[in-house]
Design a binder for this molecule. Structure first.
Ligand code: ADP
Length: 217
């Protein structure tokens, strides 16, 4: 039933993606041409910047929809989970610095050799990191750490942000659930699916006003 549910949703999304991407490419092209001929002090430059921002945002939504539409099976290769987390943290650091949030990756004990899809786990961790950074106020802390025993490895992304109300917590992994003005609500549902495709679990705990912890097991 679950596979069938994703299939219909997926077909719809794939159709929609084409319908949206074509005119979007047109808008991006026109923006480019108009921008080229504007004098450097034109007030229209700011408006064009906003158009670019929105085009990128719509494109992100479409990409996430497409990923739901055509889920890719993970390609398992031996990899270094800590290195992947550090790489994802590099991408999130820009936003963290901008919001004056501290972001640290605590390496800890070396992990056993693991097999996973590098690109997918990178995407999962980046999503958790960006959510964590966005939940924090100035001076907040986002920490990534790792644990392992013989059979499992765990990555934790902990933040000191605003937390998630108990009534909201059961909804955060649902597709399209978002509390952000410009959120897609697709990040965590995709993340959970990718982790489950790896035979793992993605769990969240949270205390309001103290922060949240996402565990990838
Ligand atoms: P989006 O980021 O586009 O809203 P997600 O699926 O990544 O979509 O997240 C869904 C919702 O879960 C967010 O809108 C937010 O309300 C909540 N959430 C996720 N991570 C955190 C976090 N670390 N702290 C507080 N709320 C969070």
């Amino acid at each position: 039933a679950r596979a069938a549910h994703w299939a219909t949703r997926g077909e719809m999304a794939a159709g929609l993606a084409v319908e949206i991407r074509n005119p979007l490419a047109g808008i991006a092209g026109v923006r480019e041409i108009v921008g080229r001929d504007l004098p450097a002090d034109s007030p229209a430059i700011e408006v064009l910047g906003e158009v670019r921002h929105e085009v990128v945002h719509i494109n992100k939504i479409v990409s996430e929809l497409l990923e739901i539409a055509r889920p890719k099976s993970p390609v398992f290769r031996p990899g270094n989970l800590v290195a992947v987390a550090e790489h994802a943290a590099l991408f999130a650091r820009d936003q963290a610095t901008h919001r004056k949030v501290n972001l640290e990756v605590v390496k800890g004990e070396p992990l056993p050799e693991l097999q996973f899809d590098n690109g997918q786990i990178h995407q999962v961790l980046l999503n958790l990191l960006l959510n964590a950074v966005q939940a924090c106020d100035e001076g907040g802390l986002v920490r990534v750490d790792f644990m392992a025993d013989e059979s499992t490895a765990t990555v934790r992304v902990t933040d000191t942000g605003k937390g998630i109300p108990p009534a909201v917590l059961p909804n955060i992994f649902r597709p399209f659930f978002t509390t952000k003005g410009d959120g897609t609500g697709l990040g965590l549902s995709l993340a959970r699916r990718m982790v489950e495709d790896h035979g793992g679990r993605l769990e969240a705990t949270s205390v309001i006003d103290q922060g949240s912890c996402f565990k990838l097991i």
